[in-house]
Design a protein around this ligand. Structure first.
Ligand SMILES: [Mn+2]
Length: 344
């Protein structure tokens, strides 16, 4: 088996090899990471639509639920969730001939599905834009300079069959590019990103509708929860760093639903002169504090999350976790930022 690694842009080899694998009908399982976001769900669904159109069997298998603001994406009703239908998922994975892993690069990101994927004899194909990819795929399209996995899937479909775009594919890909670029404003947004977006609008993406569905669909309780989060906002003395916290009690008081806290951490960066924002969210049932980190410019929250909080991600957007109490986690965070204070 040849291993084709594409690190800078997509090498021709990736497409040539992928084309070969798709010459005969395949049974394909497409995996997003656990807690799929817009990019993970958008990219997996777009690829599913494309493969079905090309006479393959294709299923998106998610480790668990995705947030409600994504429950209109074309094809989302077909997503098999391991936490809901473990038997169906097991059957799909056991009979798969190809497994695509999208928007992640370490099998630990699929949670409880990991052993099933490890055991599967299907060939694995990775399409992803996170740092430090693990070594499990026979074909890899890995490029950290890419705005989103959706932009990469756009490139793949464009190279395989540029006439294949339809409104289903276009709406899925537009959504992931939009959410992963903060509506086209993060630095990874390039002329090529906008060119892809232009093509997706041309082929049926409803941009206004997508923006409304994603950004103007807050529940009353979610907005109240944002209010609590912002009232908990604190700045680290003499540093351009802020953090926010949410306890399980505060979540419960606002009838918390999965996905409600999506994007809260970004509010820290809307402050003048703040370049590092963190949110710590208590999860009583898992016994952990989930942490999200965002930065602007030089400071790598990917390294910070890896070194201090058992996580990782991108240069400017990463996640981590702590098994301490929320109070102890705050103290650890405050100590950690003092250790890296020279960077600011
Ligand atoms: Mn992504």
């Amino acid at each position: 088996m040849t291993k084709i690694v594409s690190s800078l842009g997509m090498k021709k080899d990736f497409i040539i090899e992928l084309k070969k694998k798709l010459e005969t009908p395949q049974k394909v399982v497409i995996l997003p990471h656990k807690n799929p976001d817009g990019d993970a769900l958008g990219s997996t669904l777009a690829l599913m639509h494309f493969l079905i159109k090309n006479n393959h069997q294709a299923d998106v298998v998610s480790p668990n639920e995705y947030p409600a603001f994504l429950n209109w994406l074309p094809g989302q009703e077909k997503v098999l969730k391991y936490n809901r239908s473990p038997k169906d998922v097991r059957n799909k994975i056991e009979s798969a001939t190809l497994i695509f892993t999208l928007d992640f690069n370490s099998l630990s990101r699929v949670g409880d599905l990991e052993p099933l994927i490890q055991k599967s004899k299907a060939e694995k194909i990775m399409i992803d834009h996170h740092e430090s990819p693990n070594d499990y795929a026979v074909l890899m399209y890995s490029d950290v300079s890419m705005s989103s996995t959706c932009e990469m899937v756009y490139n793949v479909i464009e190279s395989l069959d540029s006439k294949a775009f339809n409104s289903e594919i276009a709406n899925c890909l537009y959504t992931g590019i939009m959410t992963d670029t903060g509506s086209f404003r993060y630095p990874a947004t390039t002329p090529a990103t906008h060119k892809a977006i232009a093509h997706l609008i041309k082929t049926g993406a409803s941009s206004t509708e997508i923006h409304q569905k994603i950004y103007d669909s807050s529940s009353f309780s979610r907005l109240k929860l944002l209010g609590i989060t912002l009232s908990n906002l604190k700045q680290i003395q003499n540093l351009p760093i802020v953090f926010m916290t949410l306890t399980q009690g505060e979540l419960n008081s606002c009838d918390y639903k999965k996905g409600d806290t999506e994007g809260f951490v970004n509010y820290g960066l809307s402050l003048e002169n703040i370049v590092f924002s963190c949110i710590m969210i208590e999860n009583e049932s898992e016994g952990i504090i989930k942490m999200s980190f965002r930065s602007q410019g030089e400071f790598s929250v990917n390294n910070f999350a890896r070194f201090y909080f058992n996580g990782g991600g991108h240069h400017n957007a990463a996640g981590g976790m702590s098994t301490d109490s929320i109070e102890a986690t705050i103290i650890r965070f405050e100590k950690a930022v003092q250790e890296v204070a020279d960077n600011f």
